[in-house]
Design a protein around this ligand. Structure first.
Ligand code: PMT
Length: 401
């Protein structure tokens, strides 16, 4: 079920596929969305604003410094009005502008000014699609939490054959509808997630850490927001953009992560995806350690166990742990489930190169504490965004139980 009329801001950029956007607006209206349209100068060379005005039932926005349009709905107001910015077709030029934060026209300014999710639907010549610069810019957009809808392959308007065709409007409108109908499995819940590695200082210039990229935890944060939760993300040192709607707290060491986590003992769900360093140096040197001998001995002491400490609190959230194992995966994961007094644990085999640390994909086995009477779930290899959605379903099932 989708609740209420949703506002879709369709942005049309210059490309022959702009004609398909007219049908897209029509289909979105059929689904009951309120649609407004922004056109770049290039788009207007292919289709007139009047076409989109007639189809959307609203004046079309074309210029940043247009006093008449600003008097109707200013660009900041428009950016706030949007519940989804759908850029279709998205040209190489607009993708590059978004990737590099330019704001020299209405659309690029709206992109920076909106808090709404952004989908780009690239449509271009197959050679332009495969150009390194285009792919590099799309990677930047993905890191900035933009959804990139893959183009179709086939014969192109220019006669080339390959990837770069804009998907059919019916398909895109259906995806948008499905996106807004996602079940709100964690509606009203406060979810706290730890993500990424921790960094334990040795001296002012050195530290020990691990290969966690934070991708799994950030994907979970995004999935929980989409499922209606309020999300606090306690992130170790990672270079990922904060998913829309997530409150992020940056930390460095395990001690910092514990301190921030303990502020949320009253939350509803705690998910520990972070790869916390098990040990820290007993005494951090205040000056850079000089290279004096052939060997260097450092004494390590145990770090606090964040998830176990949270689980010991008298009023504790629903506790979800992760287990990164290289052997005896199920046994070790179940041991952690019991010893750390968790409600659920998701384990991954980090001896594989294609999943786990740093990878875009993961595969997991999920176990629940015995009293939930839920059987284990095997989540087959899939992008971390999909694994995250499946984990949200597993959490929601256990919470219902
Ligand atoms: O970040 P990515 O590159 O996307 O990779 C994802 C991941 C591989 C890091 C993730 O899927 C994962 O497995 N996270 C858990 C890593 C880990 O530290 O596992 P562990 O088996 O050592 O710890 C078990 C649980 O205790 C974890 O929930 C961990 O967060 C928690 N823990 C561990 C030590 C500690 N001192 N405090 C903790 O809270």
């Amino acid at each position: 079920m989708r609740t209420g009329v949703k506002n879709i801001l369709v942005a049309v950029t210059g490309g022959i596929a702009a004609y398909k956007s007219a049908i897209l607006v029509r289909r979105l209206k059929d689904y009951g969305f309120d649609v407004r349209v922004v056109m770049t100068k290039g788009a207007q060379a292919f289709v007139t604003p009047l076409t989109f005005q007639a189809l959307s039932g609203h004046p079309v926005h074309t210029a940043l410094l247009d006093s008449e349009a600003e008097a109707g709905m200013g660009h900041i107001e428009l950016a706030k009005w949007a519940e989804l910015l759908l850029v279709a077709p998205a040209s190489c030029d607009v993708i590059a502008k978004f990737a590099h934060g330019l704001a020299d026209d209405l659309l690029s300014t709206l992109y920076l000014a909106t808090a709404a999710p952004v989908w780009v639907v690239p449509a271009m010549n197959q050679q332009m699609w495969s150009a390194h610069a285009t792919q590099r810019n799309l990677d930047i957009l993905r890191q900035d939490a933009v959804t990139v809808v893959m183009p179709d392959a086939g014969e192109q308007a220019c006669g080339d054959v390959g990837l770069g065709r804009m998907p059919e409007p019916e398909y895109l409108a259906k995806q948008v509808d499905a996106y807004f109908k996602q079940p709100q499995l964690l509606q009203g819940q406060h979810v706290v997630i730890t993500a990424g590695p921790t960094r334990e200082a040795i001296d002012p210039v050195r530290y020990i850490s691990n290969h966690s990229s934070g991708k799994m935890g950030f994907a979970l944060a995004e999935a929980c927001v989409k499922a209606g939760a309020r999300v606090t993300l306690i992130a170790g040192p990672v270079s990922l953009a904060t998913p829309k709607g997530v409150e992020r707290v940056d930390v460095v060491s395990a001690d910092d992560m514990l301190e921030q986590s303990l502020k949320h003992v009253n939350s509803d769900v705690f998910i520990a995806t972070a790869a916390v360093a098990d040990y820290k140096v007993e005494k951090v040197a205040s000056q850079k350690i000089k290279k004096t001998g052939d060997t260097l001995n450092l004494n390590f002491v145990k770090n606090p166990d964040i998830v176990a400490t949270m689980a010991k609190q008298s009023k504790r959230p629903f506790m979800v742990g992760f287990a990164a194992e290289t052997q005896n995966i199920e046994d070790y994961a179940n041991g952690k489930l019991v010893n750390k007094k968790l409600d659920m644990i998701a384990c991954n085999d980090v001896s594989r190169g294609d999943i786990g640390f740093g990878a875009d994909d993961n595969a997991m086995t999920v176990f629940f504490a015995q009293h939930y009477q839920l059987s284990k779930r095997i989540l087959e290899k899939a992008p971390k965004t999909q694994i995250a959605q499946q984990l949200v379903s597993a959490i929601a099932d256990a919470l219902r139980g």
